[in-house]
Ligand binder design. Sequence first.
Ligand SMILES: C[C@](O)(CO)[C@H](O)COP(=O)(O)O
Length: 228
Amino acid sequence: MLAGGSGTRLGAERNKVYLPLRGRPVLAWSLATFAGMPEVGAVVLVVREPDRPLAEQVLAEHTAGGVEVVVGGRTRQESELAGLRRLAARIDAGAVDAVLVHDAARPLATRELASSVLAAARAEGGAVPGLWRDDLAAAAPDGAGLVGPSPDRLVAVQTPQAFRAAPLLAAYEEAAACGFVGTDTASCMERFAPDVPIRWVPGDERNIKITYAHDLLVAEHAAPIGTV
Ligand SMILES: C[C@](O)(CO)[C@H](O)COP(=O)(O)O
């Protein structure tokens, strides 16, 4: 789980994932989704070094433990690699077969969505949730490489995204060697593991990313968080 953002766009004095949402930090909601899933073993939380005390506090107050904290890098790409390297020995040993990558700033993701993404990735290699958006029709075709229904519309991609673990780790190591910086996990896999199919899974309108201040207001009043 990626919690390495700075909160700049939201205008808060701290990373948005530590701001309160319905009485607990955004991060606590995001972690709760995955902590309770029987299909999920290890949970690795990637944070900025200065945020480590805040992250440890959230874990102590809002989880039953077992979350592994790793310090990320300057970019999303580096932070994902840091998280994957934490799992590398377990991936190499075959103890971790697939990895879900999630933005901690998406606290309304449901277990149902995560389960369907994970199942699709295990079956096919990779999976990404997305919403077809008519209003993005003039934008760059980011969703063009996804396998699935292909109406003449583009996809607004969400997380969690999931991939089989070994090709994912290999792709991120190769990307690091090339200095590649992607916008999400799928963009790295499309570039460095083009043979891995990426299955489109229907996303969830409620699964918003907290980016701007008004997103927190929307999340406060969204449908009930379905995980706890
Ligand atoms: C991956 C993502 O959630 C897809 O919508 C989004 O691109 C993440 O953006 P961030 O700026 O890295 O938080």
